[in-house]
Write a protein that binds this ligand. Sequence first.
Ligand code: 4AD
Length: 493
Amino acid sequence: MTFSALRSLQLSRRSLFLNCSRSHSTNTFPLTVRSLLDNNVEAGSDVTVKGWVRSVRKQKQISFANINDGTSVRGLQAILSSEQAERLSTGSCVELQGTLVKSPGKEQGKELQVSSMDILGECDSTFPMQKKRHTFEYLRTINHLRARGNAGSASLRVRHAARQGLQDYFAKHEFTQVDTPILTSHDCEGGGEVFKVTPGSAASGNAEFFNKPAFLTVSGQLHAEMFASALSRVYTFGPVFRAEESLTSRHLAEFWMLEAEVAFIDLEQLLDITEGSIKHATRHVLDTCPEEMEFFDKWVAKKDVKGKPALLKRLRNSLDKPFARIDYKEAVQLLQGANKKFEFPTTWGSSLQSEHERYLASEECKDRPVFVKNYPSDQKPFYMLENDGKQKNNTYVDEHGSTVACFDLLLPGIGELVGGSMREDREDVLESKMKAAGMDTEEYGWYLELRKYGSAPHGGYGIGFERFMLWLTGFENVREVVPVPRWVGHCKY
Ligand code: 4AD
């Protein structure tokens, strides 16, 4: 064998497969479209590509097909003979072999000169994902195919990166990830918006499976507190369920929540951690998903008043400055003094509606995320720390009534992204708050015992992960950014 033949064999061997050399495994994976485009493989190499046909452009002599395997927004342009193209249709699954060549077009650096083609899966002519743009509402009705388009697949990749970014933040700050249960006998938020769980079969007759009512969790917080009182810094990330009959663009019946719980901190430090984790994950997404973020900026997010893309600018701006921090009392004053007519007027004690939340972040804080702190006690759940001077640095008693050491983080255009608080760590105060809320203190005996045996000052928060995804992508409805959405009346798939 000549040297050049040997060299080309080596090259094509190298380019055919990604070796899992790190794990010294003998397994190999086919190269993805993204790695082919991102310079991992030199032009001139022989490669095999597998993916789905996004579009076919048939011409007399040669034809073009865009092949996408869901790893990149771009797709690989394949150059085919007219006979090959004749057998192809949008949506079919193919394996192409050929040579990677430099592309004369500006759109992409490389394209594939196809030598042979296998159709792995034909696509029926009724395939609904055609090349034209579809509305997000329509795509939702074909959720099983939604990720075959760029909006669906880029959203899943960004979701993956956002989760990684959050986890990376917590790993860097010595948190332990704990898994909290999905089945529970508690209603953490006390709102009564729980789904009750009963066995589907008649196995247990009419009796309760667990000998008492059980629900799908609305929040992992109480269980996270169990572990924060032993490991100091924990977080849990999982699905939570709320039987809210809400049809808004911000509510799902099943959504994902990242919940952190930290001992030995005060409210301001809790805000620092919240801000730090959101910023870290946002930065991680911007760094690791540049092409997806450009796609959202250009095609999905609202433009600014001048019609220019605004998503990336807004995200970068939010990283540069500290988030605003105001008290609930101040928020009410700002709303009362606003030069704007709200549907719901505000006085001290009234809960902030989404029109108020959006106004505070978008207009009052000039498109900057804002923490609103220290809400009236009777608006918030039983577990929040009463602001009565126990904490040295966070004494805050309002002349209007009692408040709790809590916060909501409000985002421009979205509203509430995070809810969090310091937790009531005094056994007697907690017990009387539970009784006032009509709770069964025996059922929650273990939660009270955490205060009896070495109670630690602690606090935590929950990030609604789909709302975080709205922030990152510019989509306007949480149904677009959760892989398989569930909302009242909708449980398809
Ligand atoms: O404010 P929430 O109810 O807080 C808790 O559940 C606390 N136990 C969290 C904690 O302190 N560990 O919910 C937290 C966040 C909200 O700010 C919102 O972003 C999101 O969860 N959220 C929803 N997201 C989608 N659909 C719904 N129905 C949601 N309800 C709340």
